[in-house]
Design a protein around this ligand. Structure first.
Ligand SMILES: Nc1ncnc2c1ncn2[C@@H]1O[C@H](COP(=O)(O)OP(=O)(O)OP(=O)(O)O)[C@@H](O)[C@H]1O
Ligand SMILES: [Mg+2]
Length: 266
């Protein structure tokens, strides 16, 4: 019996008088791609920000890999293997690719220079960044010391995803990674998601693009008015159904939902 790798129950997040999350439940299972869809303002970003350590919920409980967690920072979420590419890309445009990959976890030179003088080991960071990008099959950038602000949108997105995937994380959260991308660049990010899954990682993909969602998702969490309205799959429901659930036109009884992957938890 498989347990969720990320689980949330009854999550509430208020912003003054606005309710971002209204008793939301959430389950991500190991090795799956879970899409999160919903109208603008449904609480998708707020939900994943709780698991990313960027928000602290006002109520409710969260578990990662079976351990109850109360993240106070994105750093803490990372330490639990949860990496997030936020809707507004958290990259430093003026820095180069390897500096971005290692932002917040820079490698120091060995020995005295690193320990006492805190000198960065730029050479090793460049070399390992190149390896990470190559690993992920996104080595279209010719120069690892190119400033991120000079990259194309797709390349920039690839750097963010690489950053998320490069450091032994188990869970990768992507908040609308293809929203600003062209067809070819989107296809690249989608195949990257499939690669991550092949490598055994679990992926949360927030997207408004139904064809993309139906192409890559194992299960689809539909968020509506701050909570989970239903969990469906591309096999059990159509894109029209998905949109109808998002708008409240269709309600799916629990026994017709796919709250856990087929063949996992009882
Ligand atoms: N920092 C904040 N301060 C105040 N209100 C917020 C904040 N963040 C989110 N909200 C509100 O919470 C609700 C949920 O927002 P959220 O960003 O989670 O929606 P979303 O589903 O990600 O939408 P979108 O598809 O547009 O990205 C919205 O009503 C939003 O205005
Ligand atoms: Mg959002």
């Amino acid at each position: 019996m498989t347990e969720p790798i990320v689980k949330g129950r009854n999550l509430v997040k208020r912003f003054g008088s606005v309710t971002g999350l209204n008793h939301a439940d959430f389950d991500l299972y190991p090795g799956e791609v879970l899409a999160v869809i919903g109208d603008n303002g449904a609480g998708k970003s707020t939900l994943i920000k709780c698991f990313a350590g960027a928000h602290t919920p006002d109520e409710g409980e969260m578990w990662v890999q079976g351990e109850k967690v109360e993240f106070k920072s994105t750093h803490e979420a990372r330490e639990h293997g949860v990496e997030t590419v936020f809707q507004t890309l958290a990259v430093a445009p003026a820095l180069d690719i390897s500096a971005n990959l290692y932002l917040g976890r820079e490698l120091r030179k060995p020995g005295l220079f690193g320990k006492v003088f805190r000198q960065l080991d730029k050479k090793r960071m460049r070399q390992e960044s190149g390896e990470h990008l190559q690993d992920l099959g996104i080595m279209t950038v010719q120069n690892i010391s190119q400033a991120v602000e000079t990259l194309s949108g797709g390349q920039r997105q690839a750097v963010s995803v690489a950053r998320a995937a490069a450091f032994g994380s188990q869970v990768i959260i992507l908040d609308e990674p293809t929203a600003a991308l062209g067809v070819r660049e989107s296809a690249k990010v989608l195949s990257l998601i499939q690669d991550l899954k092949k490598r055994g990682l679990s992926v949360i993909l927030i997207s408004h693009n139904m064809p993309q969602v139906f192409e890559v998702a194992d299960r689809i969490h539909v968020q509506r008015l701050g909570h989970r309205a239903a969990v469906i799959t591309p096999q059990t429901h159509s894109m029209n159904d998905a949109v109808a659930i998002m708008t409240g036109a269709l309600q799916v009884p629990e026994n017709e939902q796919t709250l856990a992957p087929v063949g996992s938890a009882a």
